[in-house]
Write a protein that binds this ligand. Structure first.
Ligand code: HEC
Length: 103
């Protein structure tokens, strides 16, 4: 009885940890599809576009870049405007989403 309860709890723990993870990827995907993909595409930017590839890049690199655009320590008229409206959660979600994609 005790053991069953324990493994039940463990299972619930695992499942909810996974759905938190899935939720943020899902939110990142929605953001990417609605905003970022217009320039960066999803898996690849369009061949003749001057936009850097995001898919499959290091997640921490993407987060850092977005925060630098947001606080304007990295300058780009376009990205400063876009990152200015992103919350920390948005940045984590979208960076995690792109980082996990295979280009
Ligand atoms: C209107 C076009 C446009 C949109 C929309 C856009 N970007 Fe960008 N992005 C650019 C351009 C142009 C650059 C290159 C800027 C530079 O030279 O620093 C860039 C650069 C970046 C970089 C740095 C890449 C590197 O190699 O260092 C990241 C990260 C990034 N964008 C993420 C995003 C995310 C996430 C979104 C959606 C929330 C987004 N961008 C939406 C135009 C766009």
């Amino acid at each position: 009885m005790k053991l069953t309860t324990l493994s039940g709890l463990l299972l619930v723990g695992l499942v909810s940890a996974q759905s938190v993870n899935a939720a943020s990827i899902y939110a990142g995907q929605a953001k990417a599809a609605a905003v970022c993909s217009q320039c960066h595409g999803i898996r690849t930017p369009s061949a003749d576009a001057p936009f850097p590839l995001l898919a499959g890049r290091d997640v921490d690199y993407l987060k850092t870049a977005l925060k630098q655009y947001r606080d304007k320590t990295r300058k780009s008229e376009l990205m400063n405007a876009i990152a200015g409206s992103l919350s920390d959660d948005d940045i984590n979600n979208v960076a995690t989403y792109y980082g996990r994609l295979k280009p």
